[in-house]
Design a protein around this ligand. Structure first.
Ligand code: DGJ
Length: 398
């Protein structure tokens, strides 16, 4: 047999075996920061995402990332899982379009998609951060899409800025009279104490009052009473807004509040534990990691109080190299999740097994802007210490 023929035969035998191996990839633990293969052995491509539980299945929605650009060339992807570790690729849930000038034209920026299920309408509602093609991050809009099935296909409905012509619910006569006095011409130089004070008082809120408030990094939250909220970075990323959604989860009602005015927060992720709302955010350093922030409130409408960084362990001051994206509440689930945890001690290689009652999973992204498709995921359990959430680094856990 000549060499070429022999090589061909080896390739023919090896190829199906390789495909078979890929299909058999079984994930047995969470390994934050590592490649996370889906059931076909491909690194999961669902960044800046969120998870929806529907029936006994979890659906993970996220940004499809390309090899060399962070712009959206595909759209929002969807993966499904029953155990949160092994995910099958359900394909593209919301596809970008080739129609020139369309809001979600291929090459736009489509980030941080989240999906919630509306029990009344039976629809799956997707919200995301949208930047129009060719306009950098100037559009600062949210987009909305809807589907009849969790995995889609989602139909794009509209995109726009938030709550045009409406002041936050806390703005009474006093705040409005302060707003009246704010004049952008007096604050040409940014980042001075006076400028920061003016931003806190609503300098940018006033600027965008007519056209609508900016809407960038975002998440969605459905409360126990079925009311849903859109939480997003607004006012040049300086102030977070929490806006109530209509009963069909497809629009804002016009009721909204500001959180941490002039605090410069991105990447909001929220959960509620024993009646307290907890929100974890990041600072604003582009794709680079920074120290996580944490806030709590007795009501979604506040008042919100800031707490120290909840992260513990190596690189805790940089959110372990990641940026928050979502907090998955898995309490009340009739799921057989193994709660044992292998924790690698920083000072030695000793691996200790311990029991953790996992009720919430903190999800974050390690961005790779020069090779976006290789961005990694950090999923870590949230624990409580002295009544406050704590996120401890673990190389591996189940
Ligand atoms: C940080 C945001 O959290 C990301 O979603 C993305 O918008 C990058 N900034 C872009 O620099």
């Amino acid at each position: 047999m000549n060499t070429k023929l022999a090589l061909l035969l080896v390739a023919l035998i090896a190829l199906p075996a390789a495909v078979l191996c890929q299909q058999q990839t079984k994930v047995t633990a969470f390994r934050p920061g590592e490649i996370w293969p889906d059931e076909n052995g491909q690194h999961i491509n669902a960044h800046g995402g969120g998870v929806l539980r529907y029936g006994d299945t979890f659906y993970w929605f996220g940004e499809h990332k390309a090899e060399n650009t962070s712009s959206a060339l595909v759209g929002v992807t969807c993966y499904a899982s029953e155990d949160l570790m092994n995910w099958r690729n359900c394909g593209v849930a919301l596809s970008v379009t080739d129609q020139p000038g369309h809001d979600i034209e291929r090459g736009c920026v489509l980030e941080r998609p989240k999906v919630i299920y509306n029990k009344v309408t039976g629809k799956f509602c997707m919200w995301f951060h949208l930047e129009l093609k060719g306009q950098g991050y100037n559009a600062a809009r949210y987009g909305v899409a809807v589907a009849d099935r969790p995995e889609g296909p989602y139909k794009f409905l509209y995109s726009q800025r938030a709550n045009a012509g409406t002041w936050p619910i806390e703005f009474g006569k006093e705040q409005l009279s302060v707003i009246d006095t704010l004049n952008a011409d007096n604050f040409r130089e940014g980042w001075t104490p006076a400028w920061r004070k003016a931003v806190g008082e609503g300098l940018f809120l006033k600027r965008d009052f007519g056209a609508g408030q900016m809407s960038r990094d975002m998440t969605l939250y459905v409360d126990d009473d079925g009311k849903a909220y859109h939480i997003f970075s607004s006012e040049d990323n300086l102030t977070l807004h929490i806006a109530e959604l209509t009963a069909d989860y497809l629009h804002h009602t016009g009721r909204y509040t500001r959180v941490a005015p002039a605090g410069h927060n991105e990447a909001p992720a929220i959960f509620k534990h024993e009646g307290t709302y907890w929100m974890i955010t990041s600072g604003c350093t582009g794709w680079d990691p920074n120290e996580a922030r944490m806030f709590s409130a007795p009501s979604i409408w506040g008042p919100w109080t800031q707490h120290p960084n909840p992260c513990r362990g190596p690189k805790a001051e940089l959110t372990f190299g990641g940026q928050s994206t979502f907090i998955l509440a898995i309490e009340h689930l009739p799921l057989n999740i193994e709660h044992s945890v292998a924790e690698k001690k920083a000072e030695s290689n000793y691996v200790q097994s311990s029991m953790v009652n996992v009720q919430y999973i903190f999800m974050a992204d390690i961005w790779r802007p020069r090779h976006p498709i290789d961005a990694r995921y950090i999923w870590l359990p949230i624990e409580f210490e002295d009544g406050k959430p704590v996120i401890r680094w673990r190389d591996e856990w189940k």
